[in-house]
Design a protein around this ligand. Structure first.
Ligand code: BES
Ligand code: ZN
Ligand code: ZN
Length: 491
C-alpha cells in the first residue's frame, strides 16, 4: 500500500505540517559548541510555506509545511500541503520520508482524515507526465511513512486516497498525451488495455456501429479526420437490479475547430479537449477499484475535429435519433454535437440518471474562471454534485438553465442551430442545447470544465499540465447517488 503506517529508521526527512499558531522550538549543536536554542518564525506556519531545517549530523532533517490558521485547516489544506511537500522532497531526490501529524491533533480533522488527505495530495502533487523524458529526468516518488496510530479506519482512508489518486493520474496521463499519440481509436485501445482483467467491461463502437445507432453528431464531427470516430463504452455492473447511472465525457482528441478553424496563435491545448472523457475513464477506475455494488456505464464519444475534403460543413443539417434536426452554424461547437448522441444512447441503455462533463465553452471560463466548473441540471443531482465537490475539493458553481435563452438556438430551417445567434451566455446556451437531447424520464446534470482542464504551473496537489479535474468528483458523485438510491433519500 502506498503510504506506510509507522516510522522508518531510514527516513531522510521528517515532514511536519504545522499551523500558524504553532510554536516550534528546538536545540542545535554546531561543531561541538554549546547547544543553540532555535525557534521557527511564526510565518513558517503560513499556508503553503516550506521551511527546511537540515541536520548537520546524519540524523534526518525536517521539513515544515504551513497549513495556515488552525481553525481553518481542512482536508483540502492537507492535500495541498502534501502536494507542495511531495514536490519539494522530490526536487531534492530524497527516497524515504516520514510525516508527523502531531500538530494536527488540535485541528478538527481525525488522524484517518489527515492520513488519507496527505496521501491523496502527496501522490497527485508528485505526479509528472514524464513518459517522453529521458530516464535521468524521470521522477522517483519517495516512500512515505505516516506517523499515525494504525487502525482499520486509517487504512481504509488511505486505500480510498490511493484509488482516487490512481484514477486522477490515469485521467491526467490521457489528457497530457500529445495528439499524435492519442487518436480516437488509440484512446479506445488504451482504455481496453487498461481495464483488461478488471471488473470493467469495455466495448468500442466503430463507425459501422455508430451508423447503426444513428449517431449523426459523432459521425459528422469525425468525418474530416483520417482517424475515424468511435464511441467508447465502459460498464461496471455488479448489481443489475439497481438503477443504471451513466457518465458521459467529451472525447475530442484534438479540436482544430474543423472548417470553422480556430484562429488563436497556439491551440496545442486543444489536445486536451478529451479531458472530460479522461475524467469519466478515471472515475471508472476509482469505482471499479472500490468494488461498490453499483450499476454504472461510462460513454466517451471520441473524434478528432479536423477540416478536410470530407469535413462537416457549416450549414449542414443533422438528424438525431430523437428526431431533432440541427443546423451547423459553426463546426467549432462540436462538443455538444457528440455529447447529444451519447446522451440519447444513455437513455437507450436504460440509464435512470446521467452526468456529462466536457471542455465545452470558452464562455464558461469567462464566467467562472479556472477554479470553478459550471454545473447545470436537475436540482437533486446538482445538489449531490455540490455536496461531493466540497468533499473532494473540485469546485463547481451552478448556473441556470434559463428558458429565456432557449430561442437563441433557433434555426431558420432546422429545429436547432448548434450555436447561439446572440453573443452572450454561451455556456448556458450550450447547456440548453444538451437539454434537448435528455429524455424527460432521465435525470441529468452537466459540467463544463473548459477552464479547469490544465494548470500552467504546479499548485498544491495540482501538478503542471492536465489536472484530471472531475475524476474524483464524478466517482464520488456516483457513489453518493447510489447510496441515495439505496436509502431513497433526496432521489
Ligand atoms: N473545445 C472548445 C472549448 C474550449 C476552449 C475548451 C478552450 C477549453 C479551452 C469548444 O469545442 C469550442 O470551441 N467552443 C466554442 C463554441 C462556440 C463556437 C459556440 C467556444 O466556446 O467558443
Ligand atoms: Zn470546438
Ligand atoms: Zn471542443
Amino acid at each position: 500500500m502506498k503510504g506506510i503506517i509507522g516510522c522508518s529508521e531510514d527516513a531522510q526527512v521528517i515532514i511536519v505540517p504545522i499551523c500558524k499558531e504553532d510554536v516550534v522550538r528546538g536545540g542545535m549543536m554546531v561543531g561541538g559548541d554549546e547547544p543553540v536554542e532555535m525557534e521557527l518564525r511564526p510565518s513558517a506556519g503560513d499556508k503553503e510555506a516550506l521551511t527546511w531545517v537540515c541536520s548537520p549530523s546524519d540524523r534526518p532533517g525536517m521539513l515544515f509545511i504551513g497549513l495556515g490558521e488552525r481553525t481553518r485547516v481542512d482536508v483540502e489544506c492537507v492535500r495541498h500541503a502534501a502536494g507542495y511537500a511531495g514536490r519539494a522532497v522530490m526536487r531534492d531526490k530524497l527516497e524515504q520520508v516520514q510525516v508527523s501529524f502531531g500538530s494536527l491533533a488540535q485541528c478538527s480533522l481525525s488522524a484517518a482524515e489527515a492520513a488519507g488527505a496527505w496521501m491523496e495530495g502527496w501522490s497527485l502533487g508528485s505526479y509528472a507526465f514524464d513518459q517522453y523524458k529521458s530516464a535521468a529526468a524521470k521522477r522517483v516518488v519517495p516512500v512515505v511513512y505516516l506517523e499515525v496510530e494504525p487502525s482499520e479506519v486509517v487504512e481504509e482512508r488511505i486505500r480510498v486516497a490511493n484509488r482516487r489518486a490512481e484514477g486522477t493520474m490515469l485521467a491526467r496521463d490521457l489528457a497530457n498525451e500529445p495528439p499524435n499519440a492519442l487518436r480516437p481509436e488509440t484512446l479506445a485501445r488504451r482504455v481496453q488495455k487498461h481495464f483488461e482483467d478488471t471488473l470493467v467491461r469495455v466495448e468500442v463502437l466503430p463507425v459501422s456501429s455508430l451508423e447503426l445507432q444513428g449517431m449523426a453528431g459523432l459521425l459528422s464531427v469525425g468525418r474530416g479526420s483520417v482517424h475515424p470516430p468511435v464511441l467508447i463504452k465502459m460498464s461496471y455492473v455488479t448489481d443489475p437490479s439497481k438503477p443504471l447511472i451513466a457518465l458521459v465525457g467529451k472525447g475530442i482528441t484534438f479540436d482544430t475547430g474543423g472548417i470553422s478553424l480556430k484562429r488563436d496563435y497556439n491551440i496545442s491545448d486543444m489536445r486536451m479537449d478529451m479531458a472530460g472523457g479522461a475524467s469519466v475513464i478515471g472515475a471508472m477506475e476509482i469505482l471499479s477499484r472500490s468494488e461498490a455494488a453499483l450499476n454504472v456505464v461510462a460513454l466517451v464519444p471520441a473524434a478528432e475535429n479536423m477540416p478536410g475534403g470530407n469535413a462537416l460543413l457549416p450549414g449542414e443539417i443533422l438528424t438525431y435519433t430523437n428526431g431533432i434536426t440541427v443546423q451547423i452554424g459553426n463546426t467549432d461547437a462540436e462538443g455538444r454535437l457528440v455529447l447529444a448522441d451519447a446522451l440519447l444512447y444513455a437513455h437507450r441503455l436504460g440509464a435512470a440518471e446521467v452526468a456529462d462533463i466536457a471542455t465545452l465553452t470558452y464562455s464558461c471560463t469567462g464566467a467562472l474562471g479556472s477554479k470553478y466548473a459550471g454545473v447545470w441540471g436537475d436540482q437533486a443531482l446538482v445538489d449531490t454534485m455540490q455536496e461531493v465537490a466540497a468533499l473532494v475539493g473540485e469546485k463547481v458553481w451552478q448556473l441556470p438553465l434559463a428558458d429565456e435563452y432557449d430561442s437563441y438556438l433557433d434555426s431558420d430551417c432546422a429545429e436547432l442551430c448548434n450555436v447561439s445567434s446572440v453573443g452572450e451566455a454561451g455556456a448556458i446556451t450550450a447547456a440548453l442545447f444538451l437539454r434537448r437531447f435528455v429524455h424527460p424520464s432521465m435525470k441529468w446534470v452537466h459540467l463544463d470544465m473548459a477552464g479547469l482542464k490544465e494548470i500552467s504551473a504546479a499548485k498544491g496537489y495540482l501538478a503542471q499540465g492536465a489536472t484530471g479535474f472531475g475524476t474524483r468528483l464524478l466517482a464520488e458523485w456516483v457513489l453518493h447517488r447510489a447510496a441515495q438510491h439505496e436509502g431513497k433519500e433526496g432521489v
